[in-house]
Design a protein around this ligand. Structure first.
Ligand code: AN0
Ligand code: CP
Length: 317
């Protein structure tokens, strides 16, 4: 693996899931893999899980990590040919080249602007660091993808599934803020790559990129979608069609015990952070069937496996 910016960088997604489970079971046996290597993590947006699990993953591999919150005092210019006489003090051309010298792997988190769909889906920030930097990049959630979350989620499903082809329901849920499509895009892509059954339910107007959801069944009635579900995965996203807009905040889509009762005693999943009693009712997230804490734990092993693959197949190839 040369980089990990989306599922498309992974030659064999099912094999990678196996490797995450092997690494999780292997305890402290990977400490030499990353010794003398440095991971740099750039956060253009906040994070709890991704930041700490990436640092923890580096620690598992014996790698040092450097973390920078870019938004706190490092305003970067991205436009080619910009006349930099305003508040941006450095261009990404220099910044990416400089940061590349300090690290062996570079992780980047950057949310979308949610104003211009073509621009967001071209992933301008990741592309700039690819172009002007020269180190393998790990996507820590970009404008349109969150592949470490997608990998983690299918690993967690794999650990808990009761059949080889479980029925997975991805449900849109209400949220007061316009959020990216990244988590939903990556979740759908990884679930489909595992050959699981995927049903996506949301109000009309929240259809995701059809290139991402090809192979999934779209069901506008949540009660029908939940029937026989083995996993209910909730996430809010803003509209892809009417790009970045909140089309509705239909409370029928909050995950509650009544709808969960229609399922096959489904597990509840969410990437976190989650708005309680907006996205999911307390009695569901606090139930025995909730996997949210186990999911967050698996972030560490997914990240460590991705870093190990990059080290073995790219840095020491
Ligand atoms: C972000 C999102 O929806 O993409 C991060 C989720 C991992 N969520 C929020 O900012 C609430
Ligand atoms: N799930 C996830 O990526 O959480 P953070 O935004 O806290 O990193």
């Amino acid at each position: 693996m040369k980089q990990f910016t989306s599922l498309a960088d992974v030659a064999d997604p099912k094999a990678l899931v196996d490797k995450v489970l092997q690494l999780k079971a292997s305890g402290n046996s990977n400490r030499n893999i990353g010794s003398d290597l440095t991971l740099a993590l750039l956060f253009f947006n906040p994070s709890l899980r991704t930041r700490l699990s990436s640092q923890k993953a580096a620690q598992l591999l014996g790698m040092e990590s450097l973390v920078l919150d870019v938004n706190q005092g490092w305003p970067l210019e991205f436009e080619v040919g910009a006349v930099m006489n305003d508040n941006k003090s450095e261009h990404v051309r220099e910044a990416a080249a400089v940061v590349s010298q300090y690290c062996d792997i570079l992780g980047i988190r950057c949310f979308p602007g949610l104003k211009d769909r073509d621009e967001d889906y071209a992933e301008p920030l990741l592309s700039a660091f690819q172009e002007y930097g020269n180190k393998p990049i790990i996507n820590l959630e970009s404008a349109t993808r969150h592949p470490l979350q997608g990998l983690t989620d299918v690993v967690t499903i794999r650990e808990h599934r009761k059949s080889v082809k479980p029925k997975i329901v991805l449900t849109w849920a209400p949220h007061p803020k316009a959020l990216p499509q990244s988590v939903a895009n990556s979740f759908a892509s990884w679930v489909l790559a595992m050959d699981y059954e995927l049903v996506i339910t949301h109000p009309e107007g929240y259809e995701l990129d059809p290139n991402v959801t090809r192979g999934a069944h779209i069901e506008y009635d949540p009660n029908k979608a939940y029937k026989d579900a083995d996993v209910v995965y909730a996430k809010n996203w803003s509209s892809y069609r009417d790009y970045g807009k909140i089309m509705s905040n239909d409370g029928r889509f909050m995950v509650n015990a009544e709808k969960m009762a229609l399922s096959n005693n489904a597990f509840f999943m969410h990437c976190l952070p989650v708005r309680r009693n907006v996205v999911v009712a307390d009695d569901v997230i606090d139930s025995q069937q909730s996997l949210v804490i186990q999911q967050a734990n698996n972030r560490t092993f997914a990240a460590a496996t991705v870093m190990k693959e990059i080290i073995e197949l790219s840095i020491y190839e």
